[in-house]
Ligand binder design. Structure first.
Ligand code: DC
Length: 226
């Protein structure tokens, strides 16, 4: 069976990584969460107190990001060999990720690595610019959307599940989702936008199973045509 590249883009908390992981497992493809790479750079900036763009750019040669497959089929992000999967998922790291992702040099640094990972195809990659910048030739481009309220509710639950002892404020999460949407879609460097040839999936009112079924159908059709 011919292997293709699947590019999945969309706003934060649209369930991109869930469907990307499911599809990769279904197709026996490699899954790459590019948001985790921006988050790892954000975490590095927090830890080293790098506030200016120039400081972050100068540190790039010291930042090595890898993914370590886990026995349960998931993978953890490694920052210079350290497993930082938990640390990169905080609101703070997410906000720093959004900021560092606006720096052209950071994007170039990560996009190059992402393109290298896809050279043999058979990959599902999710992010904001995968179908537009990283793999404009991807065999299948999906653009996921859901309403900000639905996404804030999902993120709220995710944060609460991961940090059961911390008080999480839903309104703060919603504000954060809206701010991040704005930044992601209005930045100068590779703003989030739908590729002209992307298939749009609004999953606000779809169950995970319905979404998985729909996307597998689209994937199978695309592979058989390629
Ligand atoms: O998908 P996420 O929330 O984990 O992404 C974290 C931040 O990284 C988000 O604000 C947007 C940015 N990002 C990006 O600019 N380009 C990508 N390909 C992936 C993520």
């Amino acid at each position: 069976m011919k292997k293709i590249i699947v590019a999945i883009d969309g706003f934060s908390s649209c369930g991109k990584s869930t469907i990307a992981r499911q599809l990769a497992a279904y197709a026996s493809y490699r899954y790459i969460d590019t948001g985790a790479m921006y988050r790892a750079v954000g975490l590095y900036a927090i830890r080293h107190n790098l506030t200016s763009d120039n400081d972050i750019i100068a540190a790039l040669p010291d930042i090595h990001i890898d993914f370590a497959p886990q026995t349960n089929g998931t993978q953890h992000t490694l920052l210079n060999g350290e497993d930082v999967e938990t640390q990169i998922r905080t609101l703070d790291a997410g906000n720093r990720a959004s900021q560092v992702s606006q720096i052209r040099e950071v994007r170039q640094f990560l996009v190059e690595q992402q393109q290298a990972m896809g050279k043999d195809k058979g990959i599902v990659m999710d992010g904001r610019d995968i179908g537009t910048v990283v793999f404009p030739q991807a065999g299948l481009k999906l653009f996921l959307t859901a309403s900000p309220q639905v996404r804030a509710q999902r993120r709220y639950k995710e944060l609460q599940d991961k940090n059961p002892d911390t008080h999480i404020d839903y309104n703060e999460v919603l504000r954060d989702v809206n701010e991040r949407d704005y930044r992601d879609s209005h930045r100068t460097e590779s703003p989030l936008r739908q590729a002209d040839d992307a298939v749009v999936v609004d999953n606000s009112y779809m169950t995970r199973e319905q979404q998985f079924e729909l996307i597998c159908k689209i994937f199978n059709e695309r592979v058989s045509q390629s």
